[in-house]
Design a protein around this ligand. Structure first.
Ligand code: B12
Length: 208
């Protein structure tokens, strides 16, 4: 049962993906469990892209189906939150246009009470700095899916350090391709490949 959604996504079987999601949500299942299965499916699509079995058109089709699935799941992630627990500036760095994972994290972080300043995708270094100086967030968050985004993030961090903004800022990087090495390369405080784990880390930053 648990691999049905991932498999249907890889097969681009829209009916099965959307109907399975609706029926599992009706039974009271946690939307994040379903999102993780969709994420597994995207991982399999990425593997097939790597081996040459899938092309860019398949990546686009999967992204489109994922977005439709999120239209059903997203309202279930949103809760009623009264107080803002902290400010977070987030963006996908220059050169990278992937935003599906970023948008999921923004939804869960907003539902948890964060004031989110989402700069979108392909965000230039200067734009990050401009908004950090204006909003004065406690957290700077990057979403990166391309290795070419690593240098962009490092440039932002160099500027953050040069302008004396680092002490008042916690930095997290998320996305399918990040790991401890990436975190160290850009000089972040944390990394994650999972939205809920990232949320826990951000909540921890605010409490500390
Ligand atoms: C969908 C997709 C696309 C779509 C993106 C659509 C969109 N609107 O985002 C399209 C078709 C546009 C695309 C284009 C390209 N793509 Co692409 N794409 C993917 C694919 C299949 C899935 C990504 C995805 O959405 N996953 C599902 C989400 C939910 O997972 P996620 O992003 O990891 O997010 C989760 C967590 O990481 C976390 N998270 C994410 N961000 C953040 C941020 C914070 C702060 C936190 C706390 C958490 C968090 O929360 C999410 C939920 O848990 C991946 C394969 C893969 N394995 O990831 C390749 C992949 C990322 N793409 C790849 C490539 C090469 C490309 C192209 C260069 C292809 C080409 N030849 O043109 C272009 C580049 C375009 C550009 N300049 O950005 C490579 C990257 C390789 C690399 N190491 O650099 C991958 C890995 C495929 C592969 N295996 O080769 N792509």
């Amino acid at each position: 049962m648990s691999d049905t959604i991932a498999k249907a996504l890889v097969d681009f079987n829209e009916t099965v993906v959307l109907e399975t999601i609706t029926s599992r949500l009706d039974k009271g299942e946690d939307p994040m469990v379903i999102i993780r299965e969709l994420q597994d499916g995207m991982g399999l699509i990425g593997e097939r892209f790597n081996t040459g079995e899938f092309f860019l058109s398949e990546l686009l089709m999967s992204a489109d189906l994922f977005t439709r699935a999120m239209e059903i799941l997203e309202p279930k992630l949103e809760g009623t939150v009264i107080d803002t627990i902290g400010k977070l500036v987030i963006g996908t760095p220059k050169g990278d246009l992937h935003d599906i994972g970023k948008n999921i994290f923004c939804t869960v972080a907003k539902a948890a009470g964060f004031e989110i300043h989402d700069l979108g995708v392909d965000v230039p270094v200067d734009r990050f700095l401009e908004v950090i100086e204006e909003v004065k967030p406690q957290i700077l968050a990057f979403s990166a899916l391309l290795t070419t985004a690593f240098n962009s993030m490092r440039e932002v961090m160099d500027q953050v350090n040069e302008r004396g903004l680092r002490d008042s800022l916690k930095v997290i990087v998320g996305g399918g391709v990040v790991n401890e090495t990436v975190m160290n390369f850009i000089g972040a405080d944390a990394y994650t490949t999972d939205a809920m784990d990232g949320l826990k880390k951000c909540e921890g930053f605010i409490k500390s």
